[in-house]
Design a protein around this ligand. Structure first.
Ligand code: A8S
Length: 185
């Protein structure tokens, strides 16, 4: 994991003089499934609502073939201090299983939010038939006017943690559907 962390999860955007007021974090989620079951869900930039808790709908606003530079507009569920967010795909690396997006607009308080998600497959050295994933998600965000670093970190960490836990639930549910002979389970 070390090379992936160094390459993709370091605060990659050197703060400009005006933006030293940033908050960063790295979240980790283990998922007991091979990367082939996890990465397709993460890489689907046009369908974040399959595992992101607070996203109600998503439409592509600048297709660019779904590749880097594409933009999506997500609609957030009610009850949050936000309604929409426009997000640009920055990295889509199928070889290393890394996706990154940047918030470029919308109606919310997280200015200049950038996150990087990587899906890392691990083969247990104790029992080589045990394969699981470690999903890492790091972010950098500007601390909103009137909020503290602690507030910002708690708010965003909570959203990201719920998303990663939900990702695990979706992967687990998919793998059950794929099982033969489970009868009426
Ligand atoms: C993600 C991560 C985050 C999304 C945040 C942090 C957001 O979609 C929500 C509430 C906000 O206030 C900001 O990977 C914003 O989506 C749920 C609309 C950007």
């Amino acid at each position: 994991l070390q090379p992936i962390i160094q390459r993709y999860h370091q605060p990659m955007h050197p703060p400009t003089s005006a933006a030293t007021n940033t908050c960063t974090s790295l979240m980790v989620q283990r998922i007991e499934a091979p990367a082939a079951a996890v990465w397709p869900i993460v890489r689907a930039f046009d369908r974040p609502q399959t595992y992101k808790h607070f996203i109600r709908a998503c439409e592509m606003v600048d297709g660019n073939g779904g590749g880097v530079g594409s933009k999506r507009r997500v609609t957030v569920v009610s009850g949050l201090p936000a309604t929409t967010s426009v997000e640009r795909l920055e990295i889509l690396d199928d070889e290393n299983r890394v996706l990154s997006f940047r918030v470029v607009g919308g109606d919310h308080r997280l200015k200049d939010y950038v996150s990087v998600t990587s899906v890392n497959e691990v083969i247990s050295d104790v029992n080589s038939s045990e394969v699981y994933c470690v999903v890492l998600e790091s972010y950098v965000v500007e601390i909103p006017e009137g909020n503290s670093w602690e507030d910002t970190r708690l708010f965003v960490d909570t959203i990201v943690r719920l998303n990663l836990q939900n990702l695990r639930n979706v992967v687990m549910a998919n793998s059950l559907h794929g099982c033969e002979g489970l009868g009426n389970l």
